[in-house]
Write a protein that binds this ligand. Structure first.
Ligand code: SF4
Length: 353
């Protein structure tokens, strides 16, 4: 009952704030957000796509409904007159949290100590990482990547440098490596919790994968693919590249969130899909494609805790504060971090065209 009342009040507050702030306000929502938040979004999409689109508008206030690294990315790309806000400053990404800057600095020191240029190392980071990690990568000649272009960025790095450190998602890195023809014997894993005592083999590896993973996507297992195929022989299995390699190898298709949405949208009526990604998106795909059967690859389906934190009441709180001239949940990235992080992003854009 109280929940109903809070929701109704939040709806009224968001409506009023949107009316009062007009074009000065832009609400962004990542695909994994709850419907009660997504319904208010001016743009819905992936983190980088949203940040770039927001920076191209004249909005003064950008409210990013997602997790921390996404709002940071929007702040890095924002124009000087724009300010970025998050309704839940405590909403973090499990994957991004597995690569802390101190851990990366210490790994880098160990991996480059006493090494001549012929065994030079370059870092690549997935967009799902802290701003400080992106900055580190920018400062060390590396590039950022997304789930859609990880293979292309990795291929660039491998062409240019003898060794590559891929942060922070081992599975995205591994799947991209397979795409580029890198075999397992050329790959080693760096576990920041248990750094190796013998660095020698890491000086010879082509690709060093940081042992991080998304705790949503690693929950999909090969047995899930087998079960769904037994139950629905006509099913097409489509998974995100943050899934484990043994799941990807059994799937029919692998692709970024945008790729998954497009593949399902463009499939003929009557298609049956089992989708290996976050449940809020899968449920929305089901609702938006009623003439197709859309299942989660796993039962029960995994969802992202960080992404689920933002409620309509949180959005209403940020917006009501803005209307009153108060700034709540401001996201700022210091210039000394934002500038090199931007370098990593620009390098990615140069590579991918
Ligand atoms: S789904 Fe995974 S990668 Fe995406 S925000 Fe959640 S923990 Fe991070």
């Amino acid at each position: 009952m109280k929940e109903d009342w809070l929701q109704k009040r939040a709806i009224a507050q968001v409506e009023e704030a949107k009316r009062k702030l007009g074009d000065e306000l832009l609400i962004l929502a990542h695909h994994y957000q709850r419907d009660e938040v997504v319904r208010w979004a001016d743009f819905r999409g992936d983190s980088l796509e949203l940040s770039r689109r927001a920076a191209a508008t004249h909005a003064r206030y950008i409210v990013f409904c997602g997790v921390r690294f996404m709002a940071e990315t929007a702040a890095i790309l924002a124009q000087p007159a724009q300010q970025v806000f998050t309704p839940r400053p405590d909403a973090g990404c499990f994957l991004a949290d597995q690569a802390r800057i101190e851990q990366v600095q210490s790994a880098w020191k160990a991996l480059t100590r006493g090494i001549d240029a012929s065994r030079g190392l370059v870092p690549i980071t997935y967009v799902n990482s802290d701003a400080e990690i992106k900055a580190f990568v920018g400062q060390h000649g590396g590039a950022m990547c997304t789930s859609a272009n990880a293979g292309k960025v990795l291929a660039w790095a491998l062409r240019k440098y003898p060794r590559v450190l891929f942060l922070p998602d081992q599975h995205l890195g591994h799947n991209a490596a397979y795409q580029e023809g890198i075999v397992d014997k050329e790959i080693l894993f760096w576990d920041p919790r248990f750094p190796p005592s013998d660095i020698g083999p890491f000086h010879r590896a082509r690709l060093i994968l940081w042992r991080g993973a998304c705790n949503v996507h690693v929950r999909f297992l090969p047995t899930d693919v087998q079960h769904v195929r037994e139950k629905y022989p006509e099913v097409k299995v489509i998974v995100h590249p943050e899934c484990r390699e043994d799941v990807v190898s059994l799937a029919d298709e692998m692709g970024s969130t945008s790729y998954i949405i497009r593949a399902i949208r463009e499939s003929p009526p009557g298609s049956v899909w089992a989708v290996g990604t976050e449940e809020h998106l899968v449920a929305r795909l089901r609702a938006e494609n009623p003439e197709k059967k859309i299942l989660s690859l796993k039962d029960p389906p995994p969802y992202c805790i960080g992404m689920s934190l933002t409620r309509a009441t949180d959005l209403a709180h940020v917006l009501t504060s803005l209307v009153k001239g108060r700034e709540t949940g401001v996201v700022k990235v210091p210039e000394k971090v934002a500038a090199p992080a931007h370098v990593a992003l620009n390098r990615m854009l140069e590579i991918t065209g």
